[in-house]
Design a protein around this ligand. Structure first.
Ligand SMILES: Cc1ncc(COP(=O)(O)O)c(C=O)c1O
Length: 367
């Protein structure tokens, strides 16, 4: 399902009030008896310190540490306004944490279906903290999603919080509005792709700005997937109409470890209509990008988010993007989400006696 928005005729950025997702409420459809919000959105758009035309949109600054909060404020407000008492979601982790937080604030019961052993520690911990009911299932995300789809179909009482719910995407599209308001329309927007809702939402946002007469073009959308979980990227690169689903996806970037993306049609539409493309990056490239973001740019992101930066570096080295062109990489989630990924990284780390610290530093400084 797609939501078609007819923007009001007299809209302009200078007339908007407030900050974050709901600043753009003239472009967010729906009638809400209650807005469930924690000030999501309004995330930093940081100019790269090492790449000329590059900006980094740090979605880790959202209330639960990922871009999902933008969608969740709209979807949970919709659930409350429609009178639902319970919500559910299958998740690789960030949707779970965000759904649990927003539903708790709204006083709704939250049911989460997580693929056991495939969710980063920080995200499980968040879901526990917010008091959700957690069902860990044997199998990967795609199987968890299947079970939740059956739940939605058979029990009408449960409001769905996965990204096939188009209201989620109405919140996520505000990433485009914030970028356009701050730096205008970039040449490229680079997004890590799992289920494919976010890249479509951002593209939709840019389209609506054109429709509203605020901007005059849409950036080329570049979707990035991990080598072992790249059904959409492979089909875009091979110029096929449909993805070949992956039964057993594998990647260190657990947030995008998805073999059967539910939003594949929307993703392919966004990429093709924007004249963008898709890229595939290896786990090694993702880890290197995560390290480079932290150690050169000062930005801590989880592995899936680093995939977009890895994609940018690949696009630069292959000549697809010139460093002088403007590109925005969407850094979708905070590093703290996945402590295990950080703990696996190399750094100089020793155990010494307190009286040895001075000599150690001295020796290190001159080495
Ligand atoms: C950190 C992070 N990046 C990227 C994605 C992919 O987003 P989408 O499923 O909308 O493609 C997710 C989804 O869970 C995520 O948590």
């Amino acid at each position: 399902m797609e939501i078609i928005v007819e923007p009001p005729k007299d809209i302009s950025f200078s007339r908007l009030r407030g900050r974050g997702v709901w600043r753009y409420s003239p472009l967010i459809p729906g009638r809400y008896s209650k807005i469930v919000s924690m000030g999501e959105g309004n995330t930093p758009l940081i100019k790269s310190s090492i790449k000329k035309g590059l900006y980094l949109k740090f979605e880790g600054a959202n209330p639960t540490g990922s871009f999902k909060d933008r969608g969740m404020t709209v979807a949970v407000s919709s659930a409350v306004s429609l009178g639902y008492k319970a919500v559910a979601a299958a998740s690789t982790g960030n949707t779970a944490a965000s759904a649990a937080a927003y539903s708790s604030r709204a006083g709704l019961k939250t049911y989460l279906v997580l693929p056991k052993g495939n969710v980063a520690l920080g995200k499980v911990a968040q879901s526990i903290l917010y008091g959700a009911t957690i069902m860990e299932v044997n199998g990967n995300f795609d199987l968890a999603m299947k079970s939740v789809m059956e739940l939605y179909r058979s029990l009408g009482l449960i409001y769905p919080l996965n990204s096939f719910n188009p209201w989620r995407l109405e919140g996520q599209k505000t990433i485009a509005f914030e970028i356009a308001e701050e730096i205008g329309v970039p040449d490229y927007v680079i997004v890590p792709v799992g289920n494919g809702g976010n890249i479509y939402a951002i593209w939709k946002g840019f389209n609506e700005l054109v429709k509203a007469g605020i901007t005059d073009r849409v950036p080329k959308m570049i979707g990035v997937q991990a080598e072992g979980a790249a059904p959409i990227a492979k089909s875009i690169i091979a110029n096929k109409d449909e993805p070949e689903f992956v039964d057993s996806p594998i990647t260190i970037a657990s947030a995008i470890k998805i073999g059967k993306p539910v939003n594949w049609k929307k993703t392919m539409k966004a990429i093709r209509e924007s004249r963008g493309t898709a890229l595939i990056v290896s786990d090694e490239e993702i880890i290197e990008a995560q390290k480079m973001l932290a150690r050169r740019e000062g930005l801590g992101v989880e592995p899936a988010s680093a995939a977009s930066y890895a994609g940018y570096l690949k696009a630069l080295s292959s000549g697809l993007i010139d460093e002088n062109e403007t590109a925005v990489t969407i850094l979708t989630g905070h590093a703290l989400k996945d402590p295990d990924a950080m703990l696996r990284m190399d750094t100089k780390r020793v155990v010494i006696q307190p009286e040895e610290v001075r000599d150690f530093v001295l020796k290190d400084l001159v080495s």
